[in-house]
Design a protein around this ligand. Sequence first.
Ligand SMILES: [Zn+2]
Length: 102
Amino acid sequence: MEMPNTPLEPVDEDWSSALAIVAHPDDLEFGSASAIARWTAQGKRIVYLLATRGEAGIDGMVPEEAGPLREQEERDHAERTEEEGQESEQVDEPDPEPQVQR
Ligand SMILES: [Zn+2]
């Protein structure tokens, strides 16, 4: 796949709160964490909405164990970052098992 050779535009930061929606716990920690840390340091309010507990996401662990573990990790993280303006909400959709195409 060829990547476009276009310079990135600065993101407008003239706002005070945002809703970040992802499928799984820790999806926002990969890739978005530094931007969210910058925004909360500016006093912005960031709310996380996680659609699932990510129970299908740990190789070698059954979903009944993986879901609560990943949810608790995200809740622990949210507790530590709440005073920085970040909040978390969880929607309880099932996390589908990955499908392998053959
Ligand atoms: Zn994910």
